[in-house]
Write a protein of this length. Structure first.
Length: 205
C-alpha cells in the first residue's frame, strides 16, 4: 500500500507501511483533476465518445427531461387511478355510457389500482430513468397495447368509440419520451462495461 501526501499537485512523501519502504513516484496531477469530474459530453453531438472501447457512465446518457416526464407520468397515473377507484362512474358519465354494476364495477376499480401502482413505479424510475429502463419498458408496452385493445373492441361494437377519448392523454403523449428513454438505455447497453460502480443494465437471471 502506497501512502503519500499531495503538495502542489505532486505526490512527494513516502511512508513505511507494514515493514516495507515505499518511495512515492512523483505524479503530475492538476488540482482540477483531483476535485472535478471530467465534463459530460452530449452523446448526440459527440459520437466519438460512444465509439471508444469503454462503456460511458449512465450519467452520460441522462437528460433532465427524462426525469420530468417520468414524474409527470407518475403523478398522472396516481390521479387517474384514484379517480377510477373513488369515483368509478365518473368516466362513464363523461362519455355517455351506462355505469358498470356488479363484478364489472369492482374489476374497473381494480384496474384503477393497477394504474396507480404504475404511477409509483414511474416515480421510482424517475430517480435514474436509464438504469430503471425495465419499468419504462413495461409502461411503454402498456401504452401501446391499450389503444390496440381499444381499437379491437370498439371495431366489434362492444364499446362506443367515445370511450377512447382518453387515449391521447393516457397513452399517446407518452410514446415519444418513453421511447427515447429506452433508446438511451439501449445505446448504453451496446458498449462494454466500464470500470466504475455502475452495474450492467441487463437484468440478472
Amino acid at each position: 500500500m502506497l501512502e503519500g501526501r499531495v503538495v502542489q499537485g505532486r505526490v512527494v512523501e513516502g511512508r513505511v507501511v507494514e515493514g516495507r519502504i515505499f518511495f512515492a513516484a512523483e505524479i503530475s496531477i492538476s488540482h482540477a483533476q483531483l476535485v472535478e469530474p471530467p465534463p459530460m459530453q452530449d452523446f448526440l453531438s459527440e459520437p466519438s465518445a460512444l465509439q471508444s472501447g469503454v462503456r460511458p457512465s449512465i450519467r452520460h446518457f441522462m437528460r433532465p427531461w427524462m426525469r420530468s416526464w417520468l414524474i409527470a407520468a407518475g403523478i398522472y397515473n396516481l390521479l387517474w387511478g384514484a379517480w377510477v377507484v373513488l369515483a368509478p362512474d365518473g368516466l362513464f358519465r363523461v362519455v355517455g355510457m351506462e355505469a358498470l354494476t356488479g363484478p364489472g364495477r369492482g374489476i374497473w376499480q381494480c384496474l384503477g389500482m393497477v394504474i396507480g401502482v404504475f404511477g409509483i413505479g414511474y416515480l421510482c424510475a424517475s430517480r435514474d430513468p436509464v438504469r430503471h429502463w425495465p419499468i419504462v419498458l413495461v409502461g411503454f408496452l402498456g401504452k401501446i397495447f391499450g389503444p390496440v385493445g381499444f381499437l379491437w373492441t370498439a371495431s366489434r361494437g362492444e364499446i362506443p368509440w367515445m370511450f377512447g377519448a382518453t387515449i391521447p392523454t393516457n397513452d399517446l403523449i407518452w410514446w415519444i419520451p418513453f421511447a427515447l428513454i429506452l433508446r438511451s438505455a439501449w445505446l448504453h447497453s451496446k458498449h462494454p462495461r466500464d470500470s466504475g460502480d455502475f452495474a450492467s443494465l441487463r437484468p440478472h437471471a
